[in-house]
Design a protein around this ligand. Structure first.
Ligand code: FEO
Length: 399
């Protein structure tokens, strides 16, 4: 049965929630589920903004049929071709054969590649407009946020922005469609950070470019493809988060300690550093990289200002879970942090120099202190060096 909601005059939310999916994009755990959003604008012409993942296809088509009533669908604007939004496109084209697809040149090519689509397509680019009655659709290029074909649509008469994946989040909707800033900060922000950093995080420059465009718009409503819809007054708070994340600036002055430990001695070293930091009244979080999902590790690295990497030496290299984490940070264009390195090795400690080699290749990284070497287990000498490192990090955070 349909469950669509009118979220503004003539604008309907048609999406649905998937709470059974284990891994979003076959990569990211989503224990709180995810929503796939689609919107219908009813004016002299009826315009659908994106379709949905197959997981919620049935309710989406019921919603669309209900919202249209006896009217027809004139346009579908395709903002983004990733299949979590386009998987039901072929079914849509079959049901509404008269529909005109409005999209970017690159998305049109993808429609052919994914679906062999040969229907009516109107190509739009940055600055193009399309009148649909009382409202105008104004198109904004958003390449590499986070695919190359992405566009946004802005309705100047109502101040409504359709922002594709931008401003989305993991986490299913809880009945209501609108974001409540307090609830979002408490129940969604960690998921939103994890979503942004892992999915879009590599493309900070492109996100900054599109945020500059958005800053010039009068916005009353932001409609992303995942998560709640934002009203203007709360949106500025969320926009600040995006400005921070996309600039690779720390979200807060705090320390994240990441350790990869085989038998517990490297963990012991990491905990000693963390305790020395906390003793100075500085917020610190500690993560075992072998058991924490990497998407969470990446998000925590984006959050904190100061990072500690502690790893056992393994096969003459970095312990595998730490090596994979560092590779992921590099792949996400991670940069602009203070960091420290701790290594452990029973006969030939190597992990510290190798981690430092990777981290120093990232942009604007600043190492605090010398690496601390633990030989098998922490002793009085290395304990003292670890405490000293923790204090130096805390002082730097407070500086
Ligand atoms: Fe939600 Fe890039 O797809």
């Amino acid at each position: 049965m349909q469950n669509c909601q009118e979220i503004a005059a003539g604008l309907y939310y048609l999406g649905g929630n998937d709470r059974r999916i284990a891994l979003f994009e076959s990569a990211y755990p989503v224990p709180r589920g995810v929503s796939y959003n689609s919107y219908l604008l009813k004016d002299e012409k009826n315009v659908l903004f994106d379709t949905v993942d197959n997981a919620v296809g049935d309710v989406f088509f019921e919603n669309l049929a209900y919202a249209l009533g006896s009217e027809t669908l004139d346009y579908i604007v395709v903002h983004h071709m990733e299949p979590d939004h386009s998987a039901t496109f072929a079914r849509l084209a079959e049901r509404y054969p008269g529909v005109t697809v409005v999209t970017s040149q690159k998305a049109a090519a993808m429609l052919k590649n994914y679906f062999g689509f040969a229907g009516r397509v109107q190509i739009v680019k940055e600055g193009d407009t399309l009148s649909v009655g009382r409202r105008t659709l104004s198109f904004v290029g958003a390449p590499m946020v986070h695919w190359p074909e992405v566009i946004f649509t802005y309705i100047p008469e109502d101040g409504i922005l359709f922002s594709a994946d931008a401003f989305g989040t993991f986490g299913a909707l809880q009945g209501g469609v609108f974001a409540d800033r307090e609830v979002f900060g408490r129940e969604y922000l960690d998921d939103a950070r994890r979503y942004y950093c892992n999915i879009v995080g590599k493309y900070g420059v492109q996100v900054q470019n599109v945020l500059k465009k958005a800053a010039g718009l009068n916005i009353s409503l932001v409609c992303p493809l995942h998560g709640p819809v934002w009203k203007g007054e709360d949106f500025s708070w969320y926009l600040e988060k995006y400005l921070t994340w996309s600039a690779y600036a720390p979200e807060e002055k705090s320390v994240a300690v990441f350790y990869a430990s085989v038998y517990g001695h490297t963990q012991n070293a990491a905990e000693i550093v963390a305790s020395a930091v906390a003793a100075q009244g500085v917020r610190v979080r500690v993560f075992d990289v072998s058991v924490t999902d990497r998407s969470e590790l990446v998000a925590e690295a984006f959050r904190a200002s100061h990072l500690v990497f502690a790893s056992s030496t393994y096969n003459n290299g970095i312990f595998v879970s730490m090596e994979e984490f560092l590779a992921d940070l590099k792949a996400h264009n991670f940069q602009n942090r203070a960091y420290a390195v701790v290594e452990n090795g029973s006969w030939a400690p190597q992990a510290g120099a190798l981690m430092d080699g990777i981290l120093s290749q990232l942009r604007q990284m600043r190492r605090i202190g010398e690496k601390v070497t633990v030989l098998s287990a922490v002793n009085e000498e290395s304990r003292s060096a670890l405490i000293s490192l923790g204090r130096s990090i805390a002082e730097d955070v407070k500086a």
